[in-house]
Each structure stands twice: as structure tokens, then as C-alpha cells.
Design a protein around this ligand. Structure first.
Ligand code: 0O2
Length: 215
């Protein structure tokens, strides 16, 4: 994939983009793992089930730039594409999502640029997830490059729904038949109901365990 040469935020080749964004990804992933370990140590509980990290493919970056009417230059991708580096944090319960988001906000060397709360305000498609664009400093030998990383936080059930919906979206190039769209919305309601019931079941279990230990 060819990009026009440019100079976006001190990054001037695809190799350098990969290097810098990979470094940012590793930093955020390690931070999340440390927070999860600490949480386990203090509360005997892991809010994070698992973490997935990826660098957006050049093809997907070019498509997104085109869709938004920008030329495929390094400068434009660094400036306009917020999810070149993406981390997905999967947790068990909806309450974990906000707990993790809070822990991210409290990190001194992570700057939160923007938040999209598709949990409180789901998309019309039924999509639910909590998105944060954060900026982390990547220390190279001769300079520091502030780099954007998109963090998506969602439950296992939301992730299951989103990956199927994503496949369908691509299969029908965004124009799925109406009955499939309606079925997906119905499934999104079932996912929301399942998440709510699992959360209240877990809270009841924790309460019972607490009463039991106090006896
Ligand atoms: P792909 O193919 O997954 O990479 P912004 O980041 O604010 O400039 P953007 O990218 O529209 O604008 O932000 P948003 O809404 O936070 O979406 C970012 C990513 O979230 C998307 O990346 C998807 O991965 C995911 N996402 C957003 N909406 C949906 C949805 O309705 N269904 C599913 N399954 N995933 C969604 P890309 O680059 O659009 O797509």
C-alpha cells in the first residue's frame, strides 16, 4: 500500500507509523495488565477478562480516509484516523467498564482526548461499547511522539454481538436486508438484558459470600 510522503507529527513513513503506534499499543496494553494485576491483588477480583490489540491495516486506513474525503498521506492518517492503534478490553460486567475507564483516566501519563459512551447511548444498529481516544508519549532515542490509541471497553456479550454485526456489515457492504437488521436489534436487546441479569446475579453472589464470611 502506497502513501504519499508527508510529515505528520514527526512521523514520515509507514515503517515509522508502525513502529510508533506499536510502541503506543504495547505501553497501553502493559498498563492495563498492571492495573488488572493490582486490582486482583487489592480486591481479589479481575475486572478484565482479556485484551486484544491491533494496528489498523493500511487498506482499512486508506478506505476510511477516502470515505472522509482525505488524500492518503501519512499526515492525514496521523491527523484524522484515531484508531490506527486499537486496544479492546473485554470484561464480564457492565460495571467493570466504568471502573476500567476511571482507572485509565487516573493514569498521569495518559491524556484522554475524547470519549464515546455507546453503552449509555447505544447506536441505532444496537452497537454498545465504551470508546476512549487517549494520547500516550512514545519515547524514541531523539524525541517524544505523542501518539493516539483508541481503547474500546465492552462486555463479553457486547463483544460477541459486535463481532457478528461487523461481519454482517462487511458482507453486505453496509446494506444488510431489513429482516437481518431487525434481528440484530432484537439480539442487542437480549444482550443488554443478559448483561443486566448477570450483573445482578453477581452482586447477589457477592452479598451472600460476604454474609457467609461474617458468620
Ligand atoms: P473497522 O473496520 O472496525 O476498523 P472517530 O474515531 O471519532 O474519528 P469513528 O471511527 O467513526 O470516528 O469512531 P467510532 O464510532 O468510535 O468507531 C470506531 C470503531 O468502533 C469502528 O472502526 C468499529 O471498529 C467500531 N464500531 C463503531 N460503530 C460500530 C457498529 O455499529 N458496529 C460494530 N460492529 N463496530 C462499530 P471503523 O474504522 O469504523 O471500522
Amino acid at each position: 500500500m502506497d502513501f504519499l510522503g508527508a510529515n505528520g507529527d514527526g512521523i514520515d513513513s509507514w515503517q515509522e507509523v508502525t513502529l510508533v503506534y506499536n510502541a503506543a499499543l504495547k505501553q497501553v496494553q502493559t498498563k492495563m495488565e498492571i492495573l488488572n494485576d493490582e486490582f486482583q491483588h487489592v480486591h481479589q477480583y479481575n475486572p478484565i477478562e482479556h485484551i486484544k490489540a491491533r494496528i489498523k491495516t493500511p487498506e482499512s486506513i486508506v478506505k476510511k480516509l477516502k470515505r472522509r474525503g482525505y488524500e492518503s498521506t501519512i499526515e492525514n492518517m496521523v491527523k484524522y484516523i484515531n484508531d490506527i492503534a486499537g486496544i479492546r478490553i473485554i470484561c464480564s460486567f457492565t460495571s467493570d467498564i466504568y471502573r476500567i475507564a476511571e482507572m485509565i483516566r487516573d493514569q498521569k501519563d495518559i491524556h484522554v482526548v475524547s470519549v464515546k459512551d455507546y453503552i449509555t447511548y447505544p447506536k441505532a444498529s444496537g452497537y454498545k461499547s465504551y470508546h476512549m481516544i487517549v494520547m500516550v508519549p512514545v519515547y524514541l532515542s531523539d524525541r517524544i511522539v505523542d501518539t493516539k490509541v483508541e481503547i474500546q471497553i465492552r462486555t463479553v456479550a457486547m463483544d460477541f454481538w459486535a463481532s457478528l454485526e461487523h461481519k454482517i456489515h462487511y458482507k453486505f457492504e453496509g446494506d444488510a436486508p431489513e429482516h437481518i437488521k431487525a434481528e440484530l436489534i432484537e439480539c442487542a436487546h437480549m444482550v443488554a438484558d443478559l448483561d443486566a441479569r448477570m450483573l445482578s446475579l453477581n452482586e447477589e453472589i457477592l452479598e451472600l459470600a460476604k454474609e457467609h464470611s461474617e458468620k
